[in-house]
Design a protein around this ligand. Structure first.
Ligand code: ADP
Length: 203
């Protein structure tokens, strides 16, 4: 399944709960960092394309330096994406072809809707919470309101996420309430899996 939600919606909390149940979670943000980790062909290709100025003294990627280049220049950004996107795609496919039999695989991906990937899953789950509550929760996590709002402005809105959702999780209450919804979802997923391929039992 694909799992998404705007920043501060509680997507990470849902993902962690699903992992506790035994889901295999593929974390899109982490994977995007992994393909340019020190020593990878991805990082070598990025350094080749943008010069040694995008490397830190320890050989890791200098995200701030690279960010300055690509945010100012759409052609540079396309060039970077031309390197990273195929690596991310291949590695994602590799992890989805999970070696665990009968695994329920969750793609935890903040930009599912923005990337137009709604069709690529058996099921799309969207976590929602009111904007004001998201801002408050992010603030208590240490993200200032203006930065949180700037990130929200670059993301799809609730209506766009709802349009691709098969299941909506309402995170306007406490964590106990959220977990109860996740547990019910997990129960349905397991039942669906155990019913065998091709079944499309309603959730
Ligand atoms: P996302 O991954 O969607 O950005 P998180 O799961 O990290 O969001 O949640 C944002 C912050 O809000 C975290 O600090 C999290 O612990 C907290 N949080 C999430 N859901 C709730 C809730 N129902 N009640 C209180 N705090 C919550």
């Amino acid at each position: 399944m694909g799992l998404t939600g705007g920043i501060g919606s509680g997507k990470s909390a849902v993902s962690a709960r699903l992992a506790e149940h035994g889901a295999v979670v593929v974390d899109a943000d982490k994977l995007a960092r992994d393909v340019v980790a020190p020593g990878t062909p991805g990082l070598a290709a990025v350094a080749e394309a943008f010069g040694p100025g995008v490397l830190l003294p320890d050989g890791g990627l200098d995200r701030a330096a690279l960010g300055q280049i690509v945010f100012a220049d759409p052609a540079a950004r396309r060039r970077l994406e031309g390197i990273t996107h195929p690596l991310i795609r291949d590695e994602t496919a590799r992890r989805f072809a999970a070696p665990v039999p009968d695994a329920i695989v969750v793609h935890d991906i903040p930009l599912l809707v923005e990337a137009g990937m709604g069709e690529g899953y058996d099921l799309v789950v969207v976590v929602e919470a009111p904007r004001q509550l998201r801002l408050e929760r992010l603030a208590s996590r240490g993200l200032p309101r203006d930065q949180a709002e700037a990130r929200m402005a670059t993301q799809a809105d609730d209506a766009a996420r709802r349009a691709v959702a098969d299941v909506l999780l309402d995170n306007s209450g406490d964590l106990t309430g959220l977990y109860a919804q996740v547990d019910a979802l997990w129960h349905d997923l397991v039942a669906r899996r155990d019913a065998g391929p091709g079944t499309d039992a309603p959730l």
